[in-house]
Design a protein around this ligand. Structure first.
Ligand code: SAH
Length: 253
């Protein structure tokens, strides 16, 4: 089989965050699959065929891309951020696992990208400087009971928590449920950040505390970071303070 399938992370937004490797793979592709908004962020030539899809059709998109690669085409599947973080790489391997045997022999590669939590952390200072976890609040693929259990375990473990998929039009309430759970278990002064559309023109960063946080600030384009008991703010006059989770759990320098 001569086809090839590359699952390419294009980072969270800023052009400078797209790796040279990702740019090269996209330039070489004959067929490009992805969510419409992501395809708008890459430069394409007229000879390249694009296959736009809805964000929730991930498995269908994976199957279509694999079938095209099996025909011998050079195929790219574009993913936002890193393709391995709540994104297309897993959908591709799920499709391979359940698909025809010859898909297993395809030349598949995953090209990493900068994930939203890294971009958000860079804007904020160093909130992920010590142990952290990432939890998706989307209950499309797992029940709320599991999400709640994981949030509780993350609080118990005193991890910094990066929340992906905090809300969408179809699920406006989960972030409120999540904050109710966190507020009942963590100190109200815990630093919390809402990092929206990081690296895009409409980027907006809000730094607050758990006690004062308005979960309604979170939408589909927002990454929420909730501090651990050691996370603190480094004040710097009128500028937004830096958010710091020190390297040592004792809290010292
Ligand atoms: N693979 C992606 C995550 C896809 S899940 C990655 O590694 O970043 C989609 C979620 O990612 C969004 O709901 C939001 O929580 C987060 N996200 C993606 N781009 C973002 C950006 N530019 N700013 C803030 N959060 C972003």
């Amino acid at each position: 089989m001569s086809g090839k399938l590359s699952v390419v992370g294009i980072g969270p937004g800023a052009q400078g965050w797209v790796t040279p490797e990702a740019t090269a793979a996209i330039a070489e592709a004959e067929d490009i699959y992805g969510y419409g908004n992501y395809l708008e962020r890459v430069s394409l030539s007229p000879r390249q065929r694009t296959h736009k899809s809805d964000n929730r059709e991930e498995l269908d998109r994976a199957r279509a891309a694999l079938a095209r690669a099996a025909e011998g085409a050079r195929v790219v599947v574009v993913s936002s951020g890193d393709p391995g973080v709540f994104a297309m790489a897993a959908a591709i391997f799920e499709a391979i696992e359940a698909g025809p045997q010859d898909w297993r022999r395809l030349d598949v590669e995953i090209l990493p990208g900068l994930s939203a939590m890294q971009a958000a952390a860079a804007r904020l200072g160093a909130p992920l400087g010590h142990d952290f976890c990432a939890i998706s609040l989307s209950d499309n693929l797992k029940p709320w009971t599991i999400i709640a259990q994981r949030l509780e375990a993350a609080v118990e473990g005193d991890f910094v928590i990066a929340l992906y998929n905090p809300a969408s039009r179809a699920r406006p309430d989960r972030i409120h449920d999540a904050f109710a759970l966190l507020k009942a278990r963590k100190a109200p002064e815990t630093p919390v950040a809402f990092a929206r559309a990081v690296g895009r023109v409409d980027e907006a960063i809000t730094l607050t505390t758990l006690g004062q946080a308005d979960p309604g600030l979170a939408d589909m384009a927002t990454l929420v970071i909730v501090g651990s008991s050691k996370t603190r703010l480094v004040e710097r006059g009128d500028a937004r303070p830096w958010m710091l989770t020190p390297r040592a759990y004792g809290g010292g320098a």
